[in-house]
Design a protein around this ligand. Structure first.
Ligand SMILES: O=C(CO)[C@H](O)[C@H](O)COP(=O)(O)O
Length: 232
């Protein structure tokens, strides 16, 4: 059956609306970045709860404030209760690739600071094994040529995202890893190149996923629990 972009956007919204049911008054909530996370931010705004939030991008901070959410400066925050964010790919072992929107470094920091991190997505993001999506690496501009040369030995391809700069003022190398056998080793090898400030491999941070497939949202937990959370 034909599944067009309007249906995909509906699925993004349904996954977001199911996940925000976990938000409760008094929480400090981490807000993700991208079109799916934007649905969650608008849905949290509609809940009208008494919460504080931190944002993973300037765009998400602006959107959150525009829907009435109190946004704190993450520089003053050490721990977050719950973060809800999108992903470019997620597999059955809760490994994810993030960063098509360029926010992967702040997303990683906020995810690591969070007691619980939920990925929300339409079913096109669910994959048997990660690696086909662009794996973005955030690079200190000073180290651009050096990092590109080192990364080339680790991945199939690495292409600069044009003149694009992240919210942190850094450049992005979009890499293709392909079917990799040891993601932990790749993540470590990328992270320890001097001049790399972040990358979009999220191997341990995701606790749960809400995935919407043609109107049906399924929640899966890293612990293995699964149930249908909502339906259209
Ligand atoms: O990691 C991200 C931004 O850095 C996004 O969460 C990811 O790219 C998914 O975006 P979308 O919900 O628009 O498909």
């Amino acid at each position: 059956m034909h599944h067009d972009s309007a249906d995909i956007d509906t699925d993004k919204r349904l996954a977001a609306e199911a996940a925000v049911q976990e938000v409760a008054s008094g929480m400090l909530v981490g807000l993700g970045t991208g079109s799916t996370a934007a649905h969650a931010i608008r849905a949290i705004g509609r809940l009208g709860l008494d919460i504080d939030a931190v944002a993973t991008s300037n765009a998400s901070a602006d959107l959150a404030r525009s829907v009435g959410i109190r946004v704190r400066d993450f520089a003053d925050v050490a721990r977050v209760d719950l973060t809800i964010d999108g992903a470019d790919e997620i597999d059955a072992d809760f490994r994810a690739i993030k960063g098509a929107g360029g926010a992967m470094l702040r997303e990683k920091v906020v995810a690591c600071a969070s007691r619980r991190m939920i990925v929300i997505a339409d079913a096109s993001k669910r994959v048997a094994t990660i690696g086909a999506a662009k794996l973005p690496v955030e690079v200190l501009p000073f180290a651009a040529a050096y990092v590109a040369d080192r990364i080339t030995g680790l991945v199939r391809s690495a292409t600069w995202r044009g003149e694009y700069l992240t919210d942190n003022g850094n450049r992005v190398l979009d890499c293709v890893a392909g079917a990799y056998h040891d993601w932990e080793a790749l993540a470590d090898a990328i992270a320890c190149i001097p001049g790399v400030v972040g990358h979009g491999l999220f191997l341990k941070q995701v606790d749960a996923a809400y995935i919407a497939d043609r109107g049906v949202v399924t929640r899966t937990e890293r612990a293995g629990l699964e149930r249908a959370a909502a339906s259209r």
